[in-house]
Ligand binder design. Structure first.
Ligand SMILES: C[S@@+](CC[C@H](N)C(=O)[O-])C[C@H]1O[C@@H](n2cnc3c(N)ncnc32)[C@H](O)[C@@H]1O
Length: 202
C-alpha cells in the first residue's frame, strides 16, 4: 500500500500524513543499525506497518488510554499516537528500541500522547488503562497473563494476530474466560484482530 492509498483508506488530515512520512524516514534510517521490523517489509511501510496499526481505529473509539506491549518499532502504539487516537504507553524490554521510540515521539511532537517505558511489562506497576494492545509480542495466553492486571475493569484487549490465531485462542480458552470478537485484517487475509472483553482467569 502506498501513501496515497493509506490517505484514502483512513481519511486522515495532511498534518498526520506528514508525521507518518517523517516516521517512515526515521524507521528506514534507524533500521540500518538495528532490527526494528522485518527487512523485507521496509518497501511497504504504509501497508505492513502503518495501515496494519491504523486499522485498529475502526474497532476502538478515539480518546482511550492504551498500553502497547512489546511496541518494538512502535506498531501499533506509535501509529495510534500519530493518529491522535488516545494516550499511549509503549513498553519494550530492549533499551535501543526504546531510544528509537523516544526519537520518533520527539520528532513527531507526541510528548503529550506517547510515553515510552523501557522494561518488562510483567514488572511494571499496574497501569489501569482502557485498552491493552500488541502485535507479534507473545502468544495470546501470555499477552492475557501480562495485560490482565493493567486493564481497568470493563476495558478491552486488542491484539493483532497472525495465521495461528485460532490455535492461540484455543490455548487461551484453557486458562481464561473472555468474550471475543474476531475481525478480518485489512492487510493479511490469514491474520485477525482479536478484541477480548470481560477477561478472567479460570
Ligand atoms: C517481534 S517484536 C514486535 C514489535 C512490534 N510490536 C511490531 O509488531 O513491529 C516483539 C517485541 O516485544 C518485546 N518484548 C518481548 N517480551 C517483552 C516483555 N516481557 N516486556 C516488554 N517487551 C517485550 C521485544 O523486545 C520486541 O521488541
Amino acid at each position: 500500500m502506498d501513501r496515497q492509498t493509506f490517505e484514502a483508506e483512513f481519511n486522515v488530515p495532511r498534518g498526520t500524513i506528514q508525521r507518518l512520512e517523517r516516521y517512515e524516514s526515521l524507521l528506514i534510517e534507524w533500521q540500518e543499525r538495528m532490527n526494528l521490523v522485518g527487512p523485507a517489509t521496509l518497501g511497504d511501510v504504509w501497508g505492513r506497518h502503518f495501515a496494519d496499526s491504523a486499522q485498529i481505529t475502526r474497532l476502538v473509539p478515539k480518546g482511550q488510554s492504551w498500553l502497547d506491549i512489546g511496541a518494538g518499532g512502535g506498531f501499533p502504539g506509535m501509529v495510534l499516537a500519530a493518529l491522535d487516537w488516545g494516550k499511549m504507553v509503549l513498553v519494550d524490554s530492549i533499551a535501543k528500541k526504546c531510544r528509537f521510540l523516544e526519537a520518533v515521539r520527539d520528532e513527531l511532537a507526541l510528548r503529550d500522547s506517547a510515553t515510552v517505558i523501557n522494561g518488562r511489562v510483567e514488572q511494571l506497576p499496574t497501569l489501569g488503562v482502557d485498552v491493552a494492545t500488541a502485535r507479534a509480542a507473545a502468544p495470546l495466553a501470555t499477552l492475557f497473563d501480562w495485560a490482565i492486571r493493567h486493564v481497568r475493569p470493563g476495558g478491552q484487549f486488542v491484539f493483532l494476530k497472525g495465521r495461528r490465531w485460532a490455535e492461540e485462542v484455543d490455548e487461551a480458552e484453557g486458562r481464561f474466560i473472555f468474550d471475543l470478537e474476531t475481525h478480518e485484517s485489512l492487510t493479511d487475509p490469514e491474520a485477525r484482530i482479536l478484541v477480548a472483553r470481560n477477561l478472567k482467569r479460570l
